[in-house]
Design a protein around this ligand. Structure first.
Ligand SMILES: Nc1ncnc2c1ncn2[C@@H]1O[C@H](COP(=O)(O)OP(=O)(O)OP(=O)(O)O)[C@@H](O)[C@H]1O
Ligand SMILES: [Mg+2]
Length: 237
């Protein structure tokens, strides 16, 4: 579904991505793991057209989207939930969700139906539908950011560190929901995480990124039982 080939991305003279190739097949959850500054967010931004690579290509559903506009990429069903759960603080939960459907010019009833689906998946959001998004807890804002992305009917959902800054119990809740989105909605997922432990519980495969290079590609099971990964990312000493 997604094929990234030889991607190189620079910020001025700094090369953040140094020739990355990766694939995500339909129906998969693929984890992209790596430490701070490894280049994970840069890869997602390059895939979604927010920044341009100097070399390499991105194809989605067999179509080359390397130079496609970011909004056109969204319309194709490739949806990026950026780092840091950016919700519209001064709008309500429901209004935030309505905005997520803006690229789909369908009937209002369709939007209402999709909001009901999101509320089904996130009962906490349903309880707080009239609340200003800025007053939600961190975990609830992350749920809203994911819910808003679902309103755009993603074929491929790219999530940038959904567990960041959240209490372990909320991380478990968010990860369960991500698994549900994959299994029930048949949405393919590229999951960027520093929390390898949480990510590898639900991902089918994973890539390890180190300073702009992919250094490993394995099944989640193989990564979980790899001593180097355990030491570097799974909190063993
Ligand atoms: N706008 C920018 N201008 C210059 N350098 C940047 C910019 N954004 C990122 N970088 C640099 O590119 C490298 C990769 O950053 P990136 O945000 O992709 O890392 P990351 O793996 O997502 O890290 P984190 O886990 O902390 O989010 C870092 O060295 C970073 O300082
Ligand atoms: Mg990042």
């Amino acid at each position: 579904m997604l094929e990234v080939n030889g991607l190189k991305t620079y910020y001025g003279k700094i090369q953040a991505v140094k020739g990355v190739s990766l694939t995500v097949k339909q129906g998969e959850i693929v984890a992209l793991l790596g430490a701070n500054g490894a280049g994970k967010s840069t890869i997602l931004k390059t895939i979604s057209g927010l920044i341009r690579p100097s070399e390499g290509s991105v194809s989605f559903g067999g179509e080359n989207i390397t130079t496609t506009d970011a909004h056109a990429i969204v319309e194709k069903g490739l949806i990026h939930v950026p780092e840091g759960r950016r919700v519209f603080a001064a709008l309500t939960v429901t209004e935030n969700l309505e905005l997520g459907a803006f690229t789909k010019k369908g009937a209002k009833s369709k939007t209402a139906q999709k909001i009901a689906m999101v509320f089904d998946m996130f009962p906490r959001l349903a309880e707080r539908h009239k609340q200003m998004a800025g007053t939600l807890s961190g975990g609830e804002q992350q749920m809203l950011a994911i819910g808003r992305a679902l309103m755009a009917e993603p074929k491929l959902l790219m999530l940038d560190e959904p567990s960041m800054g959240l209490a372990p119990i909320i991380v478990i809740e968010i990860m369960k929901i991500i698994k549900n989105i994959n299994e029930q909605n048949k949405t393919t997922i590229l999951l960027v995480e520093q929390n390898a432990k949480a990510a590898l519980k639900l991902a089918h495969r994973g890539y390890v990124l180190e300073t702009g290079n992919i250094t490993m590609e394995e099944s989640s099971e193989a990564l979980r039982s790899n001593d180097n990964i355990v030491k570097a990312y799974l909190g063993a000493h």
